[in-house]
Write a protein that binds this ligand. Structure first.
Ligand code: FAD
Length: 444
């Protein structure tokens, strides 16, 4: 019998990693709090299709996905709009979340992964500094390695001892509280110019909203840095409907609240017998919250590290390769975008309009994707001296905005430097010190 692996929570990256491990003879069980029918959300998602290849899956049937539409970004004053222009070979796909889970779970089961549903994980079981299992509502389970795929509020990550250097909690402005629903089409037969509209600081509020005008329904998302209430959502939707009558009255699907991490990846992903993946490790793109493909790509890196561990100790020292490879392939592109998100939280609405109007942020900058190559080149472009000089010149008339942008650039540069000095090898004290330095880069 192969070594025992627990996947805590049925996150996409955890299941994908479990599939790759089960194929190699590991004994893998997923412990998920929901029943099988409750897995996922009643809406669609956009993600990089390369995620499937990363976990060794074929593309789902053609009828289950399509290429996504480009988004059009609007500033708070609606004075300018910036339309993405994503090259076709980099276009992400749109797919129903439930269909995605159906495909991934069927694949994992075929690879030999076992699923135990309706069993919520409550805490790690520790032996000294080592995670040796999980405590669930139905009892304790032990394993050689626990992979934490419980999502952003993971009770495992939250309850790990602080001295391991793994940040337990997300901080303020690191999580979006969202509400999303598909509405029936409203009485509107005019031409819709921009199918997928994304509003930054809408009506001056700290957050985003989107309206995606699909053929048979209108997809509406509201995201704020503070929890939303039913009454607040109702009022916001009524206001949106006045400007966009294509939002009908009746909710067809969704209409529920959720949370999305919009922050830098967790500084330390591993401990002895423990690895975090997906939203548990905050692997989403900080500005837009896409995390599905990143978690599937991380699954491949984690599985390769585990399979290569000839000692079968699954110690933090061995798992450190996963940490290093994840950051070099994806994390180093994600982390510098957290200061860009923080800039949005510092700007007055009128200042963001000014930035759009002057072309300081242009359509190319907004062609943000979850593709790690484009993320890395985006960060490189942001620090490129020539375009940077031109942008700074364009801000000469507004020293306040200039100061805020300079702070963001300084923070991006700091993150870029700190990630390059990540310890080469795992040493608990050095890792703790490094993680403190990393976390400091993102103070608001
Ligand atoms: C409204 C919304 C829209 C989004 N849109 C996109 C998008 O378009 N594209 C994209 O790439 N990403 C999107 N995301 C983000 C995406 O959902 C995550 O980044 C992605 O799913 C990776 O997270 P995960 O699978 O690790 O965690 P999750 O999706 O949070 O999954 C965690 C799993 O663990 C289970 N779980 C939680 N707690 C426990 C527990 N205590 N015990 C046992 N099981 C537990 C949960 O039930 C769930 O099955 C969106 C998120 C939201 C909320």
């Amino acid at each position: 019998m192969g070594k025992k692996i627990i996947i805590a929570g049925g996150g996409h990256g955890g299941i994908g990693c479990g599939a790759l491990l089960a194929q190699k003879g590991f004994d893998v069980t997923v412990y998920e709090k929901n029943s099988r029918n409750e897995m996922g959300y009643d809406w669609t998602d956009i993600f990089d299709k390369k995620g499937f290849a990363a976990i060794g899956m074929d593309m789902p049937d053609d009828g289950l996905w399509r290429l996504k539409y480009d988004m059009t970004f609007f500033g708070p004053g609606m004075t300018t709009k910036l339309r993405q222009d994503t090259p076709v070979d980099q276009l992400e796909i749109q797919m129903e979340r439930r269909a995605l889970y159906d495909c991934i779970i069927a694949y994992a089961e075929k690879c030999g992964v076992k699923f135990e549903y309706s069993n919520a994980v409550e805490a790690p079981v520790m032996l000294g500094n080592r995670v040796v299992g999980i405590k669930t509502e139905k009892g304790e389970y032990y394993a050689d390695l626990v992979i934490d795929a419980c999502g952003m509020n993971s009770p495992l990550r939250r309850k790990l001892p602080e001295h391991l250097g793994i940040q337990n909690e997300a901080q303020a402005f690191e999580s979006f509280y969202v509400w999303r629903a598909f509405f029936e089409k409203g009485d509107f037969d005019g031409k819709i110019e921009d199918k997928f509209k994304l509003f930054l600081l809408p009506k001056g509020e700290l957050g985003i909203s989107w309206i995606d005008d699909e053929e048979k329904y209108t997809d509406v998302l509201i995201g704020r840095f503070e929890p939303l209430t039913e009454q607040r959502v109702e009022k916001l939707i009524d206001d949106m409907r006045k400007d966009y009558p294509s939002i009908g009255k009746k909710i067809l699907r969704g209409g529920s609240f959720a949370q999305i991490p919009v922050r830098q990846p967790l500084g330390v992903l591993v401990a002895d017998g423990y690895a975090a993946i997906g939203d548990s490790a905050f692997m989403t793109v900080p500005i837009i919250g896409s995390g599905i493909a990143n978690s599937m790509k991380a699954a491949k890196i984690l599985a390769e590290t585990i399979i290569a561990d000839e000692t079968e100790s699954f110690s933090a020292a061995v798992l450190w390769k996963y940490q290093k490879d994840f950051f070099s392939k994806t994390g180093n592109g994600l982390a510098p975008l957290a200061p860009v998100k923080l800039l949005l939280t510092r700007l007055e609405p009128i200042e963001l309009d000014y930035i759009f109007e002057r072309g300081i942020l242009n359509a190319d900058d907004m062609t943000i994707s979850a593709d790690s190559t484009s993320l890395a080149s985006m960060v490189k472009d942001m620090l490129d001296p020539e375009p940077l000089k031109a942008k700074i010149k364009g801000l000469a008339a507004s020293p306040v905005v200039l100061k805020k942008i300079m702070r963001m650039i300084k923070d991006i540069a700091a993150v870029t430097v700190v990630t390059t000095v990540m310890p080469q090898k795992y040493d608990i004290k050095r890792v703790y010190a490094w993680s403190e330095m990393y976390n400091k880069c993102f103070k608001r």
